[in-house]
Design a protein around this ligand. Structure first.
Ligand SMILES: Nc1nc2c(ncn2[C@@H]2O[C@H](COP(=O)(O)OP(=O)(O)OP(=O)(O)O)[C@@H](O)[C@H]2O)c(=O)[nH]1
Length: 701
């Protein structure tokens, strides 16, 4: 067997956008035009094909990212006439689901950034854009909703430049804006496309209408200038003033190179809703975004070694795939979405999960199309597929050849800021709860599950109120758990106020073998975000090196359990300065215990400093509500960091403690008739104000 589509003809792309920019509608249209679904569902009916979970239907927002395979044969450009395989990863727009965005960005090769052309760049699109920057994802921009009253192409292009610091290059120009939107000028070919009706029909290759010529010339000039910056051939013609000789092939070559190197962002426009401009966008996806083989080989570590290895995007090498998403399906059980980076994966083969050390047999392999699943025997480098039968795989794990193990870089660590307690109503329900949580946590690495040491209740921690709300909703509906659910609370942390020297001697003599460990630790605060900094400063072998890791383990365990109300202790520096051993009773267990108890003693003298998550909040509001928004932020201990005008709206950025943000987004919408919007993400953990420090956690808000 061999692959049906060459890897150069793959495009693994994501569609990223601010909530409501039209990502779901656009994805639907893309699937419609790629011939995979025949009737497009409207989002508000709750019938879209990509939104899978009942919660998503209920909320009308996209929470999980599904991978869908489609095919497109471009009409124009270097790839004209050649079928391409386009795998689409849907990404959510809500900041509480950052992990979903990150996991898609991790596995996709290029993205379409969708903007509402009447709004330009909105706060949340900025957040997603920065994430894509971090992952080095090449992008093209689609200005959607060109049919909407107030749609403004120029303003939107400028906002990409000003707010995102990117270099947008218009490759199209709209003919008419808002209700007048009737076609496009293709600036690469200097030909017009005229839309006919709202079913996606159009007249291609038309002369540029006289009234649009002047503006089209101006934009084409800018396009050539941008192309000259990245392509020597275009530069030569440009400096010699031979602009007429710049061909469509020249521009396309330059645009592709500029997109891949992330120096330019080609900008297209259209209306997903009215099915306008979608086919041209598909052409641009194929012509400008990279194939897996255009990108550097993926890198990973050899487990247990320092060594880094790369895995080229070829079918021949040892297989390596990343599990980027888990889903639970009533009919088939757990579905693991895989991005194959290298090699060929066959159904029935056994692979190693080097993260857990377990071997996993790949059951069935499938491609997910919009409306059906296609079972296959093999998948190849560059594929995005779904696998059944993988039992112990969690999101972010690698599957690799047991003979050539590799751990691909996983998803970034997400810090939870909110937690809530869940209590099963009966022992039978507890089993269901545990089972449900086990699955949900395997799916979602940003969800943490723990136990409150005092009450014994299950504690869930997550990225925000909405995140936990969705988790709880899924527990209750999907897993049918009957449970009492507490109010969401802030996930506090503790650190130390000052440095102290702590000596601790752990001695047990109880008949059998004794325990003896003696440690002297300097314990104090470490820089924010450092976690545990552990340094062995002993001289002259007072503690044998092989016992040092046990001390560190004891300290780390005590920090995780916390010393006050089960709140974890963070950012602590521990220097092991001295200690001693006993001839036969100095075991690692004894030293681990000494480390743990020494830390607990040290904390009593060093004093605790409570830390709280402080969020970066961005509020976009009409001018008339500005005073109200500012007053309200001040009442919530918010510190305004900046304010700017975006068209008629005002954008306020502020740092606000999570403790006073519960219900904020809903309240804001209510008070402003839905006209003001807010987005938030974790800024940093900062000390709780002194006046609140000594209060128990529940009383601080
Ligand atoms: N006028 C106009 N409205 C559109 C267009 N595309 C989408 N919409 C509407 O905008 C709203 C949001 O569209 P969605 O596709 O749900 O947006 P989304 O970005 O996927 O939103 P989430 O899934 O919630 O993140 C819906 O009411 C759509 O009907 C468009 O091209 N023109």
């Amino acid at each position: 067997m061999s692959r049906s589509t060459r890897i150069e003809r793959y495009r693994n792309i994501g569609i990223m956008a601010h909530i409501d920019a039209g990502k779901t509608t656009l994805t639907e249209r893309v699937l419609f035009f790629t011939g995979r679904i025949h009737a497009t569902g409207e989002v508000h009916d709750g019938t879209t094909e990509l939104d899978w979970l009942p919660q998503e239907k209920k909320r009308g927002i996209t929470i999980t990212s599904a991978a869908t395979t489609a095919f497109w044969t471009p009409t124009h450009g270097r790839a004209a006439g050649t079928p391409h395989r386009v795998n689409i990863l849907d990404t959510p727009g809500h900041v509480d689901f950052t992990i979903e965005v990150e996991r898609s960005l991790r596995v996709l090769d290029g993205a379409v950034a969708v903007f509402d052309a009447s709004q330009g760049v909105e706060p949340q699109s900025e957040a997603v854009w920065r994430q894509a920057d971090r992952y080095g994802v090449p992008r093209i921009a689609f200005l959607n909703k060109m049919d909407k009253v107030g749609a403004d192409f120029d303003m939107s292009v400028t906002s990409i430049e000003e707010r995102l610091g990117a270099r947008p290059v218009a490759v199209q120009l709209p003919l008419g804006e808002g209700p007048e939107f009737r076609g496009l000028v293709d600036l690469v070919r200097m030909r017009a496309v005229l839309f006919e009706g709202e079913e996606g029909r159009y007249l291609d290759d038309q002369p540029v209408p006289p009234e649009a010529r002047e503006q089209a010339e101006l934009y084409r000039q800018r396009l050539i200038e941008a192309a000259a910056d990245v392509d020597a051939g275009v530069l030569e013609k440009f400096v010699e003033g031979r602009l007429d000789e710049v061909t469509a092939e020249d521009l396309e070559r330059a645009l592709r190179a500029g997109t891949l190197s992330r120096t330019l962002v080609p900008v297209l426009c259209g209306s997903a809703f009215k099915k306008k401009g979608v086919q041209m966008l598909l052409d641009a996806i194929v012509n400008y975004l990279p194939a897996p083989s255009d990108l550097p080989s993926v890198e990973g570590c050899v487990p247990g070694k320092e060594e880094r290895v790369s895995r080229p995007a070829s079918d021949a090498g040892p297989p390596a795939a990343l599990a980027f998403k888990l889903m639970n399906d009533k009919a088939v059980g757990s579905i693991v979405f895989l991005r194959v980076y290298s090699g060929t994966l066959r159904a029935g083969t056994v692979l190693l999960n080097p993260v857990t050390g377990k071997r996993e047999r790949v059951g069935r392999l499938m491609f997910m199309h919009a409306n059906r699943r296609e079972e296959v025997a093999e998948v190849y480098a560059g594929d995005i597929c779904a696998a059944l039968g993988l039992k112990g795989v969690r999101t972010g794990d690698t599957l690799s050849d047991p003979e050539a193990p590799v751990v691909l870089e996983s998803l970034g660590v997400m810090e939870p800021v909110v937690q809530l307690a869940v209590e099963a109503r009966s022992p039978a329900e507890l089993t269901k709860l545990e089972e449900g949580l086990h699955r949900l946590a395997a799916e979602d690495p940003s969800l943490r599950v723990g136990v409150d040491p005092e009450s014994g209740q299950v504690l869930l921690s997550g990225m925000g109120e909405l995140h936990l709300e969705v988790v709880v909703d899924r527990l209750l509906t999907e897993y049918g758990v009957e449970a009492r659910v507490g109010q969401p609370k802030v996930a506090y942390r503790d650190t130390l106020r000052r440095k102290v020297r702590q000596e601790y001697r752990h001695v047990r003599q109880t008949g059998g073998p004794g325990q003896y460990a003696h440690v002297v630790l300097d314990v104090g605060p470490a820089p924010r975000g450092a976690g545990l900094v552990f340094v062995d400063d002993t001289r002259g072998g007072s503690i044998p090196k092989e016992l040092v890791p046990a001390i560190q383990k004891g300290v780390a365990g005590a920090m995780d359990r916390g010393v006050r109300d089960g709140i974890p202790l963070v950012d602590v520096e521990v220097r092991l300065v001295d200690g001693g051993t006993h001839v036969k009773d100095s075991t690692p267990q004894a030293f681990s215990m000494a480390g743990s108890l020494a830390l607990q003693e040290a904390v009593k003298r060093a004093g605790l400093l409570a830390l709280e998550p402080v969020m970066e909040v961005e509020v976009t509001t009409p001018e008339e509500y500005l005073g109200d928004v500012l007053g309200d932020l001040a009442a919530r201990r918010g510190r305004v960091q900046g304010m700017e005008a975006r068209g008629p709206a005002r954008v306020v950025s502020a740092r606000v403690p999570m403790a006073s943000l519960f219900g904020y987004v809903t309240g804001l919408r209510g008070r402003t008739q839905g006209r003001a919007q807010a987005s938030m993400r974790l800024g940093a953990y900062e000390p709780v104000p002194e006046a609140l420090q000594s209060l128990p956690a529940e009383a601080r808000a």
